[in-house]
Design a protein around this ligand. Sequence first.
Ligand SMILES: [Zn+2]
Ligand SMILES: [Zn+2]
Length: 304
Amino acid sequence: MRFVMTILFFMAPVIAEETIPWEKEFEIAAKTAKEQDKPILLFFKPPAFLDNKTTKELETGALSDQKVVTLVKDKIIATVVALNTPQDAVQKFNKYNISADSVPQLSFLISSGQEVRELRHSGKNIAADELIKKLNELININTKIIWESNLEDAMKHAKEQVKPVVVITTKKDDKESATFLTDLDTYRHQIYPLKNDFIWYKQENSKLTIEFTNPYTGTKKGAKPANKMDQFKADLQFYFNSFKKDHLSSKFVCTKCNKTKDKEGKCCNQKLIKIRAFICEKCGNASAKEKECCKEKMKPKIEN
Ligand SMILES: [Zn+2]
Ligand SMILES: [Zn+2]
C-alpha cells in the first residue's frame, strides 16, 4: 500500500519586489523591439569586479523603483551590456559614445534601434521621477505617425486641433517614395515633437511630393522632395513657423473672468491657462490675435 504524502507549504506573506527583466543579448532585445514596436532602454555597466558605486546606486535606486519596473515591463524592452574591457565599448557600441567615464550609461532607443541622443544619461545617478520622465518621452517619440484615413478627415481634425496638414503623395513601386517612407519611420524621433504639430495624410498617386495645406485658407505650399530627413525637418519647421504666426496664440486666459493676458500667472485666485488660438464660432476660423470674425469676437480655445 502506498501513501501519497501531501506536503503543504505555507507561504510567508511577503510581497515580492518586481525587477526589470533585463535581456543580456543586445541582438535579441533589438529583434524583439522591432517585432513588438517597443522602444529600448539600453544599460551600459562597468564590469562587476570594479564594484562601481554609481552603478549600485542606479541599480538599487531608480532601476528598482516599482513604478519604473512596471513601466518598463509594460512598454519597453530593457537590455543590459556589461562592459568587460574598454575594448568592448570601442568596438561594438562605438556609436553610443561609451567610455570609462561615461558608464554607467542609460541609452534610449526607438524600436528601429535609432538612439534618441537627447535622452542619454551618463556617469551619474538618476532619480526615479526623472527616469520615468525620460521613459515616457521615449515611448512618445516611438509612437508612429498617425495617418488620417482620408483628406476630409485630415482637414476636419486640422481645424479642430489648429494644426496644418502635411500631405505626402507617393507612387507604388517607386524607389524614392519607398525610401522616404522608410526613413520617416526609422528616423521619426528626429522630427519629434514637430511631428505632433501636424496632421498627416498619405496618398498614392504620382511620384513623391510633399505639400503643406492650411486648413483655414486652403492655401497649399509644396516642399522639396525630401530624400533627407534633416531637409524634411527644416521644411516642417519653416512651414510650422509661418502657420504659427497667423493662427497660434501666445496668450493666456482666466477661465473665471475670461480676461486674456500676455504672460503666465494668476487671476481670480487661479492659474491662467494657455490659449492655443482664437476661434470664430461661426466659421471655425482660427487666429493668433484676438479679433472679430463673422461680426463676432473670436473666442479663446484652450491648449490641451
Ligand atoms: Zn480672472
Ligand atoms: Zn468667422
